[in-house]
Unconditional design. Sequence first.
Length: 239
Amino acid sequence: MEVIICKDYDEASAKAYEVMKEVISAKDDATLGLATGSTPIGLYKNMIKDHKENGVSYAKCHSFNLDEYVGIDRNHEQSYYTFMHENLFNHIDIKEENINLPYGDDQAACDAYEKAMDGYKIDIQVLGIGANGHIGFNEPGTSFDSLTHIVDLQEKTISDNARFFNNDMNLVPKKAITMGIATIMKAKKVLLIATGANKADAVYGLVKGEVTESLPASILQRHPDVVVVVDEAAASKIK
Ligand code: F6R
């Protein structure tokens, strides 16, 4: 596991893009594993800038996102499908038919997503990390053997996300579909970005803690090619 400590969010986003660019420069038809949330927005901005200014192309790339809510339409303003289009896909030349997000609420949807990914093999998987060490929607206690599955969102996640749904917890989806831990571990390379002091404990567990299902991201210590890009605040407990 390579850990790169940057000054702040902007420097971490630029560094993360360097890691991404190395992969897409070596393989113009790379398969990208992508994440939502606030953390990767800076990386996506760098991808968009280099595409617009220097023509870096995603025309031959495929993408697979980590997760999606269950129970809201793809075109809902808070769906991860919408998030990805607004923050990345609408601004680069990736083809709509090459974009994949999990969708559905049953085992068949999960199996179909695994099968689709197996056909491509993810060259680089972008990850954020939750303050409790979650990756994707894999909360503490998720089996390291898990593949794409449906999760019941925790009460805390529902209340945290209410701010995006008119502060009404009833409007927040109660379930999500997510790649599992074993799915994420199949990626050839993992790029995890963490910024902000509230991620410091999770980053400690990820880099130096015991490998345990209580801190899902700790499994990445067993992955052969992981780059962790953190800012000073998120790195405060590993220095
Ligand atoms: C996003 C995802 C989540 C986030 C994590 C961090 O697709 O699966 O695991 O990466 O919750 O979220 P932010 O970046 O908003 O702090």
